[in-house]
Design a protein around this ligand. Structure first.
Ligand code: C2E
Ligand code: MG
Ligand code: MG
Ligand code: MG
Length: 280
């Protein structure tokens, strides 16, 4: 039996913490391999006009099957950011997304919307990465949107401003993602002059618990600054009706489609278009 003497157990890490750290290291190694072996792929989720339900854009969402196990981008993107892989991954994503979008059929001039992390945006080579993706794919720049989270407001504002200016000079559109969840600064929204504000799904799904007030305030500000609005996380017809009634321009969510592989997109588009024709 152990006595409560002065002896201190040399336990720096608990067993669970050790396992977690080991897990993180495994994921990092796996991510490096996934990049080298091209095991990452993109899925696309439609963003529809809230009234006509016509596809306006498709958001590119990165997927990673790690030894048959699905790892959420909410887990591996931060790892990629910490380990510096994000620049390579991000360049690959941009290139792939532009090529895929340039080949979509039956969606008129729907755009592709690509998530870009702050580290990537701030990188010296980012603008030439953008140019290369557009040239390689032949995608018209106005059909490319980049989504940036609000956390950019916390970073070097001058540098971000310069990068966003270079992006806008190219006629690429800029969206602020997950609006309302982070370091909101309404005045920054004005100076950065973004094309689109994406309302986070937590507000859509908690309309009754204060979400509605946040959405109304966001819509008011977005409209004042001439930005369009997207609501994420539309899961039910009631969600869609609520957002339409509030005046949200575009809707995205599982009600319409989960993120799909590029190879599955054509079937969804033709089904959606034929449903739309039947309604008309
Ligand atoms: P996000 O950009 O806010 O993307 C929307 C997330 O909401 C996606 O999660 C999407 O699958 C999910 N979603 C869409 N509709 C619904 C719905 O109706 N209900 C619910 N509950 N969820 C819905 P996902 O694909 O797991 O991505 C998570 C986050 O990872 C993204 O959030 C984005 O911040 C990041 N991410 C994904 N791909 C990339 C990428 O290529 N680059 C970077 N930097 N970040 C990425
Ligand atoms: Mg996004
Ligand atoms: Mg979002
Ligand atoms: Mg999000």
């Amino acid at each position: 039996e152990q006595k409560k003497s002065g002896r201190v157990e040399p336990r720096i890490f608990s067993h669970d913490l050790y396992l977690n750290l080991k897990h993180v290291q495994d994921l990092r190694d796996g991510l490096q391999q996934a990049i080298n072996q091209r095991q990452l792929y993109l899925c696309y989720q439609p963003i529809l006009d809230s009234n006509s339900l016509k596809p306006w854009a498709f958001e590119a969402l990165l997927r990673w099957d790690f030894n048959g196990q699905f790892i959420s981008p909410d887990v591996f993107i931060p790892l990629a950011e910490q380990s510096g892989f994000i620049k390579d991954i991000g360049a690959w994503v941009l290139n792939r997304a532009c090529i895929d979008a340039s080949q979509w059929q039956g969606v008129d001039d729907a755009s592709v919307s690509v998530n870009v992390s702050v580290i990537q945006l701030m990188d010296e080579g980012f603008i030439s990465t953008l140019d290369r993706a557009l040239v390689t794919s032949g995608l018209p720049p106005q059909r490319l949107h980049i989504e940036i989270t609000e956390s950019i407001f916390a970073d070097n504002k001058k540098k971000i401003r310069a990068q966003l200016d270079a992006i806008k000079q190219r006629n690429i559109q800029v969206s602020i993602d997950d609006f309302g969840t982070g370091y909101s600064s309404l005045s920054q929204l004005q100076t950065l002059n973004v094309d689109t504000v994406k309302i986070d799904k937590t507000f859509v799904q908690n309309m009754a618990d204060g979400g509605e007030a946040i959405i109304r305030a966001t819509l008011f500000i977005a409209q004042e600054f001439g930005s369009q609005t997207v609501a994420e996380g539309i899961e039910t017809e009631a969600d869609a009706d609520n957002m339409r009634a509030l005046g949200v321009n575009y809707l995205q969510g599982f009600l319409y489609a989960k993120p799909m592989k590029n190879t599955e997109l054509a079937a969804w588009i033709s089904q959606h278009n034929s449903n739309q024709r039947q309604r008309a």
